[in-house]
Design a protein around this ligand. Structure first.
Ligand code: ATP
Ligand code: ATP
Ligand code: MG
Ligand code: MG
Ligand code: MG
Ligand code: MG
Length: 269
C-alpha cells in the first residue's frame, strides 16, 4: 500500500541535522543584498545614499517584523538588515534554518512587492536576492555590542562614501583619483576635507544616513469610530480608544546608553 511505501521511504528524514538554537540566547538573523554594488548601478541608485532604496529596505523589514513572531528590534543600513528575536522565543522550536529562511524570503518578496511604491517609474530589472546568517548572543552586552558594531560600520562607510562622492561630484575628481586621495586617511582627515574644501559639516548630514535605521515595537493609542447598536435598536457612533503595537523607526545613536534607557522593554534581563 502507499502507507507502507511511505514508511519505507521515511527513514530519509533522519538525514536532517539538528540546528536548534541554544536556549536563552538572542537569535540574530542578518540579511545582506546579493551583489548590490551592481544592483545599485543598474537601478540608478543615487550616490552615496539613495533614499528610495533605504525606504524600501525599511518597508521590507517592517513586513518581516509584522509577519514573523518574536522580533524585538531590527537594525538596517546600506543593503543589510539584522533582526533580533527575543531570547525566550520558541518559534519553530528555535530551528536556525527556519528563522533564517523565513526572514530572507519574507524580506525578499516584500522588497519586490513594495518596489513600485518607492521607485515609481524605475523598473525592477531582475529579481534581487539576499543572503542570511544566524548568530546567537548569550548576553545583553554581547547583543548591544553586535548592534553597535553594525552602526559603527554604517558610520565608517557613510563617512567614506560621503567624502568620496563629494570629491567626485563636486570636486571634479575621477573615482580613481578620489580613491587615491582617501587612501590611508583617518576619520579626522575625511571630516577636514569635507569642512575645509566643501564647507560640509559631516555632523549635519542626515541622521538616516549617519545612523541607519532601528525598528522597535511601540504602543500607540488608536482611536476608532465604532457603530454601536443601542438596546432600543437605534445606532450610534462611539469613539473607542485602544492601544496597539506598531513598528516605529529611529535614526539615532544605539551605541550609547540613552536609547536603551529610553526603551527599557526591548532587552530582557
Ligand atoms: P555581496 O553580494 O558580497 O554583499 P555587494 O555588492 O552587495 O556584494 P556590499 O558590501 O553588501 O556588497 O555593499 C552593498 C553596496 O550596495 C554598497 O557598496 C553600495 O554600492 C550599494 N548600495 C546599497 N544600498 C545603497 C543605497 N541606499 N544607496 C546607494 N548605494 C547603495
Ligand atoms: P506551513 O507554514 O507549516 O508549511 P502550510 O499551510 O504551508 O503550513 P503545508 O504542509 O506546507 O502547510 O501544505 C501546503 C498546503 O498548501 C497544502 O496542504 C494545500 O492546501 C496548499 N497548496 C499548496 N500548493 C497547492 C496547489 N498547487 N494547489 C492547491 N493547493 C495547494
Ligand atoms: Mg555580503
Ligand atoms: Mg551586499
Ligand atoms: Mg552590505
Ligand atoms: Mg507550507
Amino acid at each position: 500500500s502507499s502507507t507502507m511505501a511511505k514508511s519505507k521511504f521515511e527513514y530519509v528524514r533522519n538525514f536532517e541535522t539538528d540546528d536548534t538554537c541554544l536556549r536563552n540566547c538572542y537569535i540574530v538573523v542578518r540579511l545582506d543584498g546579493r551583489n548590490f554594488h551592481k544592483f545599485a548601478e543598474q537601478h540608478n541608485f543615487t550616490k552615496p545614499n539613495d533614499n528610495r532604496a533605504l525606504g524600501l529596505m525599511t518597508r521590507s523589514a517592517c513586513s518581516v517584523m509584522e509577519e514573523l513572531e518574536d522580533i524585538i528590534i531590527a537594525y538596517g543600513q546600506s543593503d543589510e538588515f539584522s533582526f533580533v528575536f527575543k531570547r525566550t522565543s520558541n518559534w519553530f522550536k528555535r530551528r536556525a534554518s527556519k528563522f533564517m529562511t523565513h526572514v530572507a524570503s519574507q524580506f525578499s518578496s516584500s522588497y519586490v512587492f513594495y518596489w513600485k511604491e518607492f521607485f515609481g517609474e524605475q523598473p525592477l530589472l531582475y529579481p534581487p536576492g539576499f543572503d542570511g546568517r544566524v548568530v546567537l548572543y548569550p548576553s545583553n552586552r554581547n547583543l548591544r555590542d553586535y548592534l553597535s558594531w553594525r552602526q559603527a560600520d554604517c558610520h565608517i562607510n557613510n563617512l567614506y562614501n560621503t567624502v568620496f562622492w563629494t570629491l567626485v561630484q563636486r570636486g571634479g575628481l575621477t573615482p580613481a583619483q578620489a580613491q587615491e586621495r582617501l587612501k590611508g586617511t583617518f576619520a579626522a582627515d575625511k571630516n577636514e576635507i569635507l569642512f575645509s574644501e566643501f564647507d560640509i559639516n559631516y555632523n549635519n548630514e542626515s541622521l538616516l544616513h549617519r545612523k541607519g535605521t532601528a525598528l522597535i515595537w511601540e504602543k500607540q493609542d488608536e482611536t476608532v469610530t465604532k457603530r454601536m447598536k443601542l438596546p432600543n435598536e437605534e445606532e450610534k457612533d462611539v469613539q473607542v480608544t485602544r492601544s496597539r503595537k506598531k513598528v516605529q523607526a529611529y535614526h539615532c545613536d544605539i551605541i550609547g546608553d540613552q536609547f536603551w534607557e529610553e526603551h527599557p522593554d526591548i532587552l530582557e534581563d
